[in-house]
Design a protein around this ligand. Sequence first.
Ligand code: PHE
Length: 453
Amino acid sequence: MSQQQEQWKSKIGFIFAAAGSAIGLGAIWKFPYVAGTGGGGAFFLVFLLFTLLLGWPLLIGEFTVGRKGQTDAISTYRKLAPNTNWAIIGKIGVFTNFLLLSFYSVVGGWIVLYLVEALTGRLSGLSQEAYGQRFGEVISNPTSTLLAQLIFILLTVIVVAQGVQKGIEKASKIMMPALFILFVILVIRSLTLDGAMEGVKFILVPDFTKLSSETISFALGQAFFTLSIGASVMVTYASYLPKTQNLPKSALSIIVMNIAIALLAGLAIFPGVFAFGLEPNAGPVLIFTVLPVVFDQLPFGFFFLISFLILFLFAALTSAFSMIEIIVATLTKNDQKKRKKYTWIIGLLIFIVGVPSCLSYGVMADYKIFDRIFFDLIDYLVSNILLPLGALLISIFISYKVPKNELFEEIRQGSSIGKVAFALWLFIIKYITPIAIIVVFLDAIGLLDWFIR
Ligand code: PHE
């Protein structure tokens, strides 16, 4: 039997926690390098459109399902569509989050290691190439990366074991505002570098010749990934909400914060890239090699570097909380007595599953499956297959399995959304998002060309 649900303490607490889930490696680490390879401004514009036109409605959708269900991700679908197999969405969600955290924690570990590097003075005064080399050395050391990954998971477990209010909400309420403030300071410094305007233009002025079908699929994947859509994480977070919360508005605040951070990350990095004559399409190493160079030029650069790394770690942690929370909630069925034990066990299992991903940048680098190292394989499976699949199924579920009047009732509680806006929302969920997801999916697996031909 399902136990009494925990609840968020305050409206803003929920918003920070959900924004914390959204804002993470996606916006800060992936966005700049994907934008860097995908042509900058044009990518950003498409990402912005997808976020607002598809991400926002879907986020409202996950919130609506979650708050209506008031229970864990698997039981919710069961409750809303009894005697059907739709709980599969929740099961896929649990599996997705498990795999996701197994490689997310690898990058989380890199941040921990960089923090140690910075604190011991090894991350200053080097040349750009030397920073690149240092990064390669750091991520290929098996012992320290595994240890760091474990530390990252332990930090996640310690917070989530405390519960929704005392753990996740409390931590997010401190971490998220701090992240914004530091980012703004960072951007101000980046923008005052000589030659910064080149970088600003790169990320803000779209060059449509750079747009390809690949860039477009990337942008959609990125929009969903950064909003934590498709994994029922937002369903779970919304299940802890009272009926007084305005769902469309909360979703919009989260979207705006997410876009703001992605933009700030772009504005922090690209001016530096251009000012120092670096390559914007350096890939995953971008943030780890550019920012130390930028910080080197700053008065109190050491202090800024450390603060940045701490906040970068916070951003990754608040996302990790949500991944483990959905698993804990489904396995404990919200029985708070079981929370601590389960969180620890799940954390440990995720670490074990994550070992090959961690080692794939070092001792297992030559071990490839489908031509990909293990880390990339799991990332591909989660970001390009499982999350879009989850988003597609959720759209179908909302469109056909929950009666329209019940959806309307649920969304209207706490908000003043009218009939027309509601109809528009449902239209997007029913027709636009599924089509967009399918098109992009076919493109990703190379079938679109085949159809068009
Ligand atoms: N939104 C998170 C990020 O950008 C990743 C995430 C995806 C978290 C799906 C939970 C579920 O880093």
